[in-house]
Design a protein around this ligand. Structure first.
Ligand code: NI
Ligand code: MN
Length: 239
Protein backbone atom coordinates (compact mmCIF):
# COMPACT_ATOMS: atom_id res chain seq x y z
CA UNK A 1 0.00 0.00 0.00
CA UNK A 2 1.27 3.43 -0.87
CA UNK A 3 1.68 6.03 1.83
CA UNK A 4 -1.39 8.19 1.97
CA UNK A 5 -0.56 11.73 2.98
CA UNK A 6 -3.43 14.03 3.79
CA UNK A 7 -6.10 12.43 1.65
CA UNK A 8 -9.74 13.55 1.54
CA UNK A 9 -12.52 11.88 3.45
CA UNK A 10 -14.64 10.22 0.75
CA UNK A 11 -18.36 9.68 1.32
CA UNK A 12 -20.12 7.60 -1.29
CA UNK A 13 -23.58 9.08 -1.95
CA UNK A 14 -24.58 6.18 -4.18
CA UNK A 15 -24.38 5.52 -7.92
CA UNK A 16 -21.55 7.78 -9.16
CA UNK A 17 -21.83 10.58 -6.64
CA UNK A 18 -18.86 11.11 -4.34
CA UNK A 19 -18.48 13.73 -1.67
CA UNK A 20 -14.88 14.66 -0.79
CA UNK A 21 -14.23 16.49 2.46
CA UNK A 22 -10.88 18.23 2.21
CA UNK A 23 -8.48 18.93 5.06
CA UNK A 24 -9.39 22.64 5.07
CA UNK A 25 -13.09 21.84 5.53
CA UNK A 26 -14.08 22.44 1.90
CA UNK A 27 -16.56 20.07 0.27
CA UNK A 28 -16.07 18.87 -3.31
CA UNK A 29 -18.89 16.95 -4.96
CA UNK A 30 -18.32 14.73 -8.00
CA UNK A 31 -21.31 13.96 -10.25
CA UNK A 32 -24.09 15.74 -8.37
CA UNK A 33 -27.09 13.42 -8.31
CA UNK A 34 -28.52 13.52 -4.83
CA UNK A 35 -32.22 14.40 -4.44
CA UNK A 36 -33.58 11.86 -6.93
CA UNK A 37 -30.78 9.33 -6.50
CA UNK A 38 -32.52 6.16 -5.27
CA UNK A 39 -29.23 4.86 -3.88
CA UNK A 40 -28.54 7.94 -1.76
CA UNK A 41 -29.61 7.58 1.89
CA UNK A 42 -31.67 10.50 3.23
CA UNK A 43 -29.17 11.12 6.02
CA UNK A 44 -26.43 12.29 3.63
CA UNK A 45 -28.53 14.21 1.09
CA UNK A 46 -28.21 17.53 2.87
CA UNK A 47 -24.92 19.33 2.23
CA UNK A 48 -24.04 21.95 4.82
CA UNK A 49 -21.63 23.50 2.34
CA UNK A 50 -20.43 22.98 -1.22
CA UNK A 51 -17.23 24.57 -2.49
CA UNK A 52 -16.75 22.89 -5.86
CA UNK A 53 -18.40 20.42 -8.23
CA UNK A 54 -16.89 18.20 -10.92
CA UNK A 55 -19.23 16.80 -13.56
CA UNK A 56 -17.98 13.91 -15.72
CA UNK A 57 -20.72 14.10 -18.37
CA UNK A 58 -24.22 15.37 -19.05
CA UNK A 59 -26.42 12.37 -18.28
CA UNK A 60 -29.05 12.95 -15.61
CA UNK A 61 -27.66 10.32 -13.27
CA UNK A 62 -24.46 12.43 -13.11
CA UNK A 63 -25.69 16.00 -12.98
CA UNK A 64 -29.44 16.15 -12.33
CA UNK A 65 -28.88 18.35 -9.25
CA UNK A 66 -26.06 20.51 -10.60
CA UNK A 67 -28.16 23.62 -11.21
CA UNK A 68 -30.09 23.48 -7.97
CA UNK A 69 -27.05 22.79 -5.80
CA UNK A 70 -25.04 25.50 -7.54
CA UNK A 71 -27.78 28.07 -6.94
CA UNK A 72 -28.24 27.08 -3.31
CA UNK A 73 -24.57 26.85 -2.27
CA UNK A 74 -22.83 29.09 -4.82
CA UNK A 75 -19.66 26.98 -5.09
CA UNK A 76 -16.42 28.68 -6.11
CA UNK A 77 -15.95 26.29 -9.03
CA UNK A 78 -18.19 24.19 -11.25
CA UNK A 79 -16.03 22.10 -13.56
CA UNK A 80 -17.11 20.18 -16.67
CA UNK A 81 -16.52 20.10 -20.40
CA UNK A 82 -16.91 23.34 -22.28
CA UNK A 83 -20.35 22.36 -23.65
CA UNK A 84 -21.83 21.41 -20.28
CA UNK A 85 -20.47 24.58 -18.71
CA UNK A 86 -22.06 26.67 -21.48
CA UNK A 87 -25.42 25.02 -20.77
CA UNK A 88 -25.06 25.42 -16.99
CA UNK A 89 -24.16 29.10 -17.43
CA UNK A 90 -27.34 29.51 -19.49
CA UNK A 91 -29.28 28.09 -16.54
CA UNK A 92 -27.80 30.77 -14.32
CA UNK A 93 -24.99 28.76 -12.73
CA UNK A 94 -22.07 30.99 -11.75
CA UNK A 95 -18.37 30.21 -11.59
CA UNK A 96 -18.37 27.59 -14.33
CA UNK A 97 -14.83 26.60 -15.28
CA UNK A 98 -15.15 24.80 -18.60
CA UNK A 99 -12.31 22.63 -19.80
CA UNK A 100 -11.58 19.74 -22.11
CA UNK A 101 -9.71 16.46 -22.31
CA UNK A 102 -6.03 16.59 -21.42
CA UNK A 103 -6.28 19.95 -19.71
CA UNK A 104 -5.67 20.73 -16.06
CA UNK A 105 -6.70 23.61 -13.86
CA UNK A 106 -6.65 24.73 -10.27
CA UNK A 107 -9.87 24.09 -8.36
CA UNK A 108 -9.76 25.22 -4.73
CA UNK A 109 -6.42 23.83 -3.56
CA UNK A 110 -6.57 20.96 -6.05
CA UNK A 111 -5.08 20.26 -9.44
CA UNK A 112 -7.84 18.80 -11.61
CA UNK A 113 -7.11 17.08 -14.94
CA UNK A 114 -9.88 16.05 -17.30
CA UNK A 115 -9.19 12.66 -18.87
CA UNK A 116 -10.99 10.64 -21.55
CA UNK A 117 -13.89 8.28 -20.95
CA UNK A 118 -15.35 5.93 -23.54
CA UNK A 119 -19.02 6.83 -23.23
CA UNK A 120 -21.59 9.30 -24.61
CA UNK A 121 -22.75 12.60 -23.19
CA UNK A 122 -25.94 14.57 -23.69
CA UNK A 123 -27.94 17.00 -21.63
CA UNK A 124 -31.60 16.52 -20.79
CA UNK A 125 -33.03 19.98 -21.41
CA UNK A 126 -36.73 19.80 -20.71
CA UNK A 127 -38.03 17.40 -23.34
CA UNK A 128 -35.04 17.84 -25.64
CA UNK A 129 -31.76 15.99 -25.60
CA UNK A 130 -28.93 18.35 -26.47
CA UNK A 131 -25.26 17.90 -27.29
CA UNK A 132 -23.07 17.59 -24.20
CA UNK A 133 -19.59 17.36 -25.70
CA UNK A 134 -17.58 14.27 -24.84
CA UNK A 135 -17.78 12.20 -21.69
CA UNK A 136 -14.83 12.39 -19.31
CA UNK A 137 -13.22 11.35 -16.08
CA UNK A 138 -11.14 13.40 -13.65
CA UNK A 139 -7.81 13.00 -11.91
CA UNK A 140 -7.62 15.11 -8.77
CA UNK A 141 -4.29 15.85 -7.11
CA UNK A 142 -4.05 17.33 -3.63
CA UNK A 143 -1.30 19.66 -2.54
CA UNK A 144 -0.02 16.75 -0.41
CA UNK A 145 0.63 14.76 -3.59
CA UNK A 146 -2.19 12.29 -3.02
CA UNK A 147 -4.22 11.76 -6.17
CA UNK A 148 -7.35 9.91 -7.17
CA UNK A 149 -9.18 9.13 -10.40
CA UNK A 150 -12.95 9.23 -10.86
CA UNK A 151 -13.69 7.47 -14.15
CA UNK A 152 -17.27 8.66 -14.59
CA UNK A 153 -19.06 6.26 -16.93
CA UNK A 154 -16.72 4.42 -19.24
CA UNK A 155 -15.92 1.29 -21.16
CA UNK A 156 -12.49 -0.23 -20.65
CA UNK A 157 -9.78 1.43 -22.74
CA UNK A 158 -6.08 0.71 -22.80
CA UNK A 159 -5.11 4.39 -22.56
CA UNK A 160 -5.87 4.03 -18.86
CA UNK A 161 -2.18 3.03 -18.88
CA UNK A 162 -1.42 6.63 -19.82
CA UNK A 163 -3.43 7.85 -16.85
CA UNK A 164 -1.18 5.66 -14.69
CA UNK A 165 2.00 6.93 -16.40
CA UNK A 166 0.97 10.57 -16.15
CA UNK A 167 -0.73 10.71 -12.76
CA UNK A 168 0.01 7.52 -10.72
CA UNK A 169 -3.33 7.72 -8.89
CA UNK A 170 -3.49 6.32 -5.35
CA UNK A 171 -7.14 5.36 -5.68
CA UNK A 172 -9.69 4.88 -8.45
CA UNK A 173 -13.48 5.15 -8.49
CA UNK A 174 -14.50 2.77 -11.28
CA UNK A 175 -17.93 1.84 -12.65
CA UNK A 176 -18.66 -1.90 -12.49
CA UNK A 177 -22.42 -2.13 -13.14
CA UNK A 178 -22.32 -3.33 -16.78
CA UNK A 179 -24.91 -2.36 -19.45
CA UNK A 180 -23.87 1.33 -19.62
CA UNK A 181 -20.26 0.89 -18.46
CA UNK A 182 -17.54 -1.66 -17.70
CA UNK A 183 -18.49 -4.87 -15.93
CA UNK A 184 -16.40 -6.26 -13.04
CA UNK A 185 -14.07 -8.23 -15.35
CA UNK A 186 -13.25 -5.13 -17.40
CA UNK A 187 -12.91 -3.06 -14.24
CA UNK A 188 -10.39 -5.58 -12.91
CA UNK A 189 -8.34 -5.13 -16.08
CA UNK A 190 -8.69 -1.36 -15.63
CA UNK A 191 -7.18 -1.67 -12.14
CA UNK A 192 -4.20 -3.42 -13.74
CA UNK A 193 -3.83 -0.72 -16.40
CA UNK A 194 -4.12 2.02 -13.76
CA UNK A 195 -1.78 0.28 -11.28
CA UNK A 196 -3.90 1.58 -8.42
CA UNK A 197 -3.51 0.07 -4.95
CA UNK A 198 -7.17 0.70 -4.10
CA UNK A 199 -10.45 0.80 -6.01
CA UNK A 200 -13.91 1.96 -4.93
CA UNK A 201 -16.62 0.43 -7.14
CA UNK A 202 -19.37 2.81 -8.35
CA UNK A 203 -22.31 2.75 -10.78
CA UNK A 204 -23.64 -0.59 -9.60
CA UNK A 205 -26.79 -1.76 -7.80
CA UNK A 206 -28.74 1.49 -8.24
CA UNK A 207 -31.09 -0.32 -10.61
CA UNK A 208 -31.42 -4.09 -11.16
CA UNK A 209 -29.87 -3.67 -14.64
CA UNK A 210 -26.57 -2.51 -13.09
CA UNK A 211 -25.74 -6.04 -12.08
CA UNK A 212 -21.98 -6.04 -11.38
CA UNK A 213 -20.98 -6.37 -7.73
CA UNK A 214 -17.87 -5.56 -5.66
CA UNK A 215 -17.61 -9.28 -4.82
CA UNK A 216 -17.33 -10.11 -8.53
CA UNK A 217 -14.71 -7.40 -8.91
CA UNK A 218 -12.73 -9.00 -6.07
CA UNK A 219 -12.91 -12.40 -7.77
CA UNK A 220 -11.88 -10.96 -11.14
CA UNK A 221 -8.90 -9.16 -9.59
CA UNK A 222 -7.78 -12.39 -7.95
CA UNK A 223 -8.23 -14.40 -11.14
CA UNK A 224 -6.07 -11.87 -13.01
CA UNK A 225 -3.56 -11.56 -10.16
CA UNK A 226 -4.04 -7.81 -10.07
CA UNK A 227 -2.84 -6.48 -6.74
CA UNK A 228 -5.57 -4.00 -5.86
CA UNK A 229 -7.75 -3.76 -2.79
CA UNK A 230 -11.51 -3.34 -3.24
CA UNK A 231 -12.90 -0.77 -0.83
CA UNK A 232 -16.58 -1.67 -0.85
CA UNK A 233 -18.33 1.48 0.32
CA UNK A 234 -22.05 1.16 0.81
CA UNK A 235 -23.97 4.35 -0.04
CA UNK A 236 -23.79 6.81 2.81
CA UNK A 237 -20.57 5.44 4.25
CA UNK A 238 -17.26 7.23 4.48
CA UNK A 239 -13.71 6.17 3.74
NI1 NI B 1 -23.70 8.10 -18.55
MN1 MN C 1 -24.37 6.85 -15.66
Amino acid sequence: MSSLPDRPRFTFLGHSTVRCDLAGGEVLLIDPWVAGNPACPDGVKELERLDAMLITHGHDDHMADAVELAKRHRPKSVVATYEICAWLSDQGVENCQGMNLGGSQQVLDLRVTQVPALHTSSINDGNRMIYGGVASGFVVRLASGYSFYHAGDTALFSDMKLIADLHTPDLAFLPIGDLFTMDPAQAAMACGFLRVPEVIPIHWGTFPALSGTPEELRRELQAREVDCRVVDLSPGSTY
